[in-house]
Design a protein around this ligand. Sequence first.
Ligand code: SF4
Length: 216
Amino acid sequence: MIRSDHTTDQLYHILENCILCPQECKVNRFGEKKGICKQSDNPKISSAFLHHGEEYHLVGRMGSGTIFFSGCNLKCVFCQNYEVSHLEIGDILSVDQLSKLMISLQSREAANINLVTPTHQIPQIIDALILAKERGLEIPIVYNCGGYESLETLKLIDGYIDIFMPDIKYFDDDYALRFSKAKNYTFIVQQAVQEMHRQVGDLIINKRGGLLPEDF
Ligand code: SF4
């Protein structure tokens, strides 16, 4: 369920003094300076494809329509996607192109749109998502993140995401700071997960073997 296009205005406004995520870099993402995620105001994508190696219930018959976003708001020393998240390998797309990419994955019978590392590109993603819904996108939207999310930003995207998949990495703040450059990780991630659960509820396995929230 989409609430209001006004949400994108609010989200883009945050980019002007970026506190989109708990890193709170306060840089202007429309200018030259970069924050920890090193991204600007445009969506940057490293790849998009039908992923058969995702969590079993996300894969469905034809694969999960996975979109890998470049850059990351965490700096994990153990990152398995180092080239994408740390070296930011990828191409800058327009919002229109990102929306068409979502439609193209759906037309290839993707089970869902699986947004991998979306946190630092939420305004552009929601913008593209609204456009894609107008163009007929109707498969579930998966938010596949590292759990280091701003509560305020999550509240703004209430209604846009069907399945949250936070990859919780620590229950020790010292380790989180040392190995991922994330302050106050445990409190933030617990708050984030509670908000995610408030928005979509528990997951159920549907008759086709896929994952959907209770009321989908
Ligand atoms: S989204 Fe990027 S620039 Fe904005 S606060 Fe997070 S890491 Fe910093």
